[in-house]
Ligand binder design. Structure first.
Ligand SMILES: Nc1ncnc2c1ncn2[C@@H]1O[C@H](COP(=O)(O)OP(=O)(O)O)[C@@H](O)[C@H]1O
Ligand SMILES: [Mg+2]
Length: 380
């Protein structure tokens, strides 16, 4: 389902006092010097999905704070999103400074944040992910979960139910003699949501690999993917969800003492990881150049987007690609633009130099970001 944001308004959001922009639905490139507010704008867009946005920070932190001000202001991001030409008004923000929860509104009425995923989904790639293949599994897991989530929004609910039960179980285990019945109840909840998570990841991986293989030769390196976590492997090997759930519950019950001593849970899908191999070179992504790693990740994002674009009932993803263009050589950059256009995706791309987007002129909207303001660029 073709999905695009057609209007954006930011109020007291980071460097922006008030900024407003009308969008055509075509790709958007944002240019401006360092510190101009490009990433801030993408972050504002990213908060139109459930969660903490692309910088993964507390929601009170994104409110505008002038020098000397101790606390960020109440902020708002409002948007019009069109699905197959049908507009809907979305908004989110903090109603008072420092509040821990944000409000989400659809057509002016408060709705749970999960509703945002009905209207649009996003996948992002930021400079913070440049070391995705070099550092711990956490960032890779979050990146892959976002791809899963773009296809299966219930994945986010399962992940947050899992995290909540996980925290409670660890509190019980570390606070001293725990009621075994209560522990079992929490472990049952963990096993239920954990099995669903593992299954959703395994299913997405399989579909994604099939898509990548089916797309054949591309300017982006082909990837061979695998999930290395125990539970995802079990799901990938065809185990029933009930089977995974039962085994996970047994493992958790058996691991109480060990987990209490370690101060963290040593088994479960929160330990899963994604392994990526550069197929032509037969080399793990971690051994590839920075540019190749970026291209590998982009290939995953584009393959998932292509897959979702064919789905009639789900919105196709909006891409937030922060400082991605600068990492790519001209051929790959042009290929990225071509693919975004062919898939009819709304992508927000940023860069410090207008030249990076030369090949997009005439088929994208250009915006100059300058301190706290936005201005349309002539892109004829
Ligand atoms: N809460 C805030 N209130 C006001 N300004 C902020 C806030 N958070 C960040 N900034 C400002 O935003 C700027 C960074 O913007 P950013 O979007 O990251 O720049 P870039 O265009 O390089 O991506 C910094 O100069 C910083 O001072
Ligand atoms: Mg930036």
């Amino acid at each position: 389902m073709r999905t695009a944001l057609t209007h954006l308004t930011l109020t007291d959001f980071r460097s922006y006092g008030r900024a407003e922009i009308a969008l055509s639905g075509a790709p958007v490139f944002l240019v401006g010097p360092n510190g101009a507010g490009k990433t801030n704008l993408l972050e504002a867009v990213s908060l139109l999905t459930p969660g903490r946005g692309l910088r993964n920070v507390a929601l009170a932190e994104v409110g505008r704070r002038l020098p000397g001000e101790a606390q960020g202001r109440a902020w708002a991001v409002a948007a019009v999103v069109e699905q197959d030409g049908e507009p809907a008004r979305l908004g989110t923000g903090l109603e008072s400074p420092g509040s821990a929860r944000r409000t989400v509104r659809l057509e002016g009425e408060p709705v749970p944040p999960g509703r945002l995923a009905d209207l649009q989904r996003q996948v992002w790639l930021t400079p913070a992910q440049d070391r995705l293949f070099l550092e711990g599994a956490g960032d890779r897991r979050r990146f892959f979960d976002r791809l899963v989530f773009a296809a299966l929004p219930t994945h986010a609910a399962h992940a947050s139910a899992y995290e909540k039960a996980q925290r409670e179980r660890m509190r019980l285990l570390t606070d001293g003699p725990a009621d075994p019945a209560w522990l079992s109840a929490l472990e049952a909840r963990l096993a239920e949501s954990g099995a669903l998570m593992a299954e959703a990841r395994a299913r997405t991986l399989c579909a994604l690999q099939e898509e990548i293989d089916g797309r054949g030769e591309r300017p982006f390196p082909q990837a061979r993917l695998s999930l290395t976590g125990e539970w995802e492997k079990m799901a990938g090997a065809g185990a029933e969800i009930a089977e995974i759930e039962a085994r996970l519950a047994r493992s958790l019950a058996a691991a109480r003492e060990r987990d209490a001593a370690a101060g963290r849970a040593l088994t479960g899908p929160h330990r899963g990881d994604l392994a990526v191999i550069h197929a032509e070179k037969d080399r793990p992504a971690a051994e590839c150049s920075t540019g190749e790693q970026k291209a590998l990740i982009l290939n995953l994002i584009l393959a998932q987007s292509a897959r979702l674009s064919r789905a009639e009932s789900a919105p196709n993803p909006i891409l937030l690609l922060d400082e991605v263009a600068a990492h790519l050589d001209r051929r790959r950059r042009a290929a990225l633009f071509d693919e975004i256009e062919a898939l009819k995706l709304q992508a927000f791309l940023t860069g410090t130099d207008e030249h990076l987007f030369e090949d997009l002129k005439g088929r994208a909207q250009g915006v100059r970001v300058d301190g706290s303001g936005l201005a349309y660029l002539d892109t004829e």
